[in-house]
Design a protein around this ligand. Structure first.
Ligand SMILES: [Zn+2]
Length: 459
C-alpha cells in the first residue's frame, strides 16, 4: 500500500484500467438518445445504471431525479469537512441520435474496440464525463477510504436536446446543488493537447411566420392588390443588419460589455490559428463581419444574428405564378456576456412587431434561449484543472473560446450563482457523427487527470 493518497489512488486506477474499460461498455450499450421519445425507457435505464454504480461505490444520496423532461442523476460524498471545498461535477449521459446508421462500421450501441479505439455512440460525448469521474472517485475511495474534497455529482439527460427543462430543475434544487464551484466535463480533446473551454455564447432561437390570403393565389389575378407575405419576410430579413453586419434590432448591443483582460489575451493568442482553421473548414479565403473587430472576436466574443432558413411560395422546377399565402424564416442569435436572453428575445419580438400592418398577420415564436458564460481561466480552481492536465498529459491545456452554446453553464452561474470551470474527460473524435470513438491510450490518462484534480482542489 502506498502512503501517499494521490499515489495510492493512481495505482488503483492503473491496476484496474482494463476492468474499467470493460465496465464502461455496459453503460455504452444503453441507447440513451434523449431527443427521441422512442428511447425514453432507455434514457431512464441509463440513469438507473449510473445510480446503481454510485451506490456500489458508496456515493450517498444517489438517485434519479425527475425533471419536466429527461431525468437527472444526483449523488454526493460530503465528508471532507467544512474547510474543504464542495465541487459540483457535471456531465451528461444522454447521447446524440445515430443516423445515418449505415455509415457506422459497427452498430453504435455495440461497443467495439479497433486499433486501440473504443467505438460507440456517447463514447466521448459524454458518457466519458460521467464514467471517468465515477472511476476517479472509486480509485480514491477504495485506495484511501476517503476523499480530499466534498463532491456532488449532477448528470444530465437532455443536454443534446438543448437542456430545455434544466433551468427549472436547477431552480427547484438550489440547496441540493449548492457548491463552491462547478466543473463541466463534456467532450474533451481530439489530439495531443488537452483543451479547456474558456467561454461559450448564449443563444436565442426563433421563428417568424407571416400570413396573407387564406390560400395561395394566382399572381395574375391578385398580384399588386394582395400584400405578398414573402415580400414582407424579405423586408424583415434585410432590415436585421446594416451593410457591414451590425445588427439593427433596437437596443441589441445595449448590455454588451468589453471582455475581461484575461479573455482578451486569449482572443489575441488564438487569432491566427482560428483563421487558418476557419479557412480549412469553410473553403473560403475571405471572411465577413463588422470591421471594428478581429476574426476571433467576431467568432466568439461578439453577438450574432443569423437567418437559418427562409420558406414560402413555390420552390420547384420551372415557373409557377403564385402569390403565396404564407412565408417565414427561422433565426438564431448568439449572445455574449451580460446580454439577457429574455431581454434580447423581447427586443427581437418588438423589432418584428414594428412591421405590423393591417394587410398581413405576423406570428413570432421564441424556440429556445440561454445565457452566455465565461468560465474560469485563472485563479486557484482553473489552476487545479491546469495542473491536473499538466501532470497527466505532460503539457498545459489550450484555452479555447467557443462560439457555440452550452446552456447549463449559464444556468449554474445565474441560478446557483457559482463560478464554472471546464475539464473534458473524453479523448477521441466523431462526436455527433457516425463512428464516435474514445482513443483508449488516453482512457487511463484522463482518469488520472480527474484524480489529480480532486487532490489539487484540496490544496
Ligand atoms: Zn456533450
Amino acid at each position: 500500500m502506498n502512503d501517499v493518497p494521490l499515489e495510492a489512488s493512481l495505482a488503483y486506477a492503473h491496476a484496474h484500467t482494463e476492468a474499467f474499460i470493460e465496465q464502461y461498455k455496459e453503460l455504452l450499450r444503453i441507447p440513451s438518445i434523449g431527443a427521441d421519445p422512442a428511447y425514453r425507457d432507455d434514457v431512464r435505464r441509463a440513469a438507473e445504471w449510473i445510480v446503481a454504480e454510485m451506490q456500489r461505490l458508496g456515493i450517498e444520496h444517489a438517485q434519479v431525479l425527475d425533471t419536466a423532461g429527461q431525468p437527472a442523476v444526483y449523488g454526493d460524498y460530503l465528508h471532507a469537512g467544512e474547510d474543504a471545498p464542495t465541487v459540483l461535477l457535471y456531465a451528461h449521459y444522454d447521447v446524440q441520435p445515430v443516423d445515418p446508421l449505415d455509415l457506422w462500421v459497427a452498430p453504435p450501441f455495440k461497443p467495439d474496440i479497433r486499433d486501440g479505439k473504443l467505438f460507440a455512440r456517447g463514447a466521448i460525448d459524454d458518457k466519458s464525463g460521467v464514467f471517468l469521474h465515477l472511476k476517479a472517485f472509486e480509485s480514491t475511495m477504495v485506495a484511501n477510504g476517503t476523499l480530499p474534497i466534498n463532491v456532488k455529482f449532477i448528470f444530465e439527460g437532455e443536454e443534446e436536446s438543448g437542456s430545455p427543462t434544466m433551468e427549472a430543475f436547477i431552480e427547484a434544487h438550489k440547496a441540493l446543488l449548492a457548491a463552491d464551484v462547478a466543473v463541466i466535463s463534456d467532450g474533451g480533446s481530439s489530439d495531443e493537447t488537452p483543451r479547456m473551454m474558456a467561454s461559450v455564447r448564449g443563444i436565442v432561437t426563433g421563428e417568424v411566420r407571416v400570413y396573407g390570403p387564406k390560400r395561395d393565389l394566382h399572381s395574375g389575378s391578385f398580384g399588386g392588390v394582395v400584400h405578398n407575405p414573402t415580400h414582407m419576410v424579405g423586408k424583415m430579413v434585410a432590415a436585421l443588419h446594416d451593410d457591414e453586419g451590425r445588427i439593427q434590432i433596437p437596443g441589441f448591443y445595449d448590455d454588451v460589455v468589453p471582455v475581461s483582460e484575461a479573455q482578451q489575451a486569449l482572443i489575441a493568442a488564438n487569432e491566427e490559428s482560428a483563421i487558418a482553421d476557419a479557412r480549412e473548414q469553410t473553403g473560403l479565403e475571405t471572411f465577413w463581419g463588422v470591421p471594428d473587430y478581429t476574426y476571433y472576436e467576431r467568432a466568439t466574443a461578439r453577438p450574432t444574428c443569423d437567418v437559418n432558413g427562409i420558406f414560402g411560395g413555390y420552390q420547384g422546377m420551372g415557373a409557377k405564378t403564385v402569390l403565396p399565402a404564407e412565408a417565414g424564416f427561422k433565426l438564431s442569435m448568439r449572445l455574449v456576456d451580460n446580454q439577457d436572453p429574455k431581454d434580447i428575445a423581447a427586443k427581437f419580438e418588438a423589432f418584428i412587431n414594428s412591421f405590423t400592418c393591417d394587410t398581413l398577420k405576423i406570428d413570432i415564436k421564441i424556440l429556445s434561449s440561454s445565457w452566455s458564460a465565461e468560465t474560469l481561466v485563472s485563479g486557484p480552481v482553473a489552476q487545479a484543472v491546469i495542473d491536473a492536465y499538466t501532470a497527466t498529459w505532460g503539457k498545459a491545456p489550450k484555452m479555447e473560446r467557443a462560439g457555440g452554446s452550452v446552456p447549463i453553464i449559464g444556468m449554474f452561474q445565474h441560478v446557483l450563482d457559482i463560478p464554472v470551470t471546464s475539464m473534458g474527460l473524453g479523448h477521441g473524435s466523431n462526436g455527433h457523427s457516425p463512428n464516435e470513438y474514445f482513443d483508449l491510450e488516453y482512457f487511463g490518462t484522463n482518469i488520472d487527470t480527474a484524480i489529480h484534480f480532486l487532490y489539487n482542489m484540496a490544496k
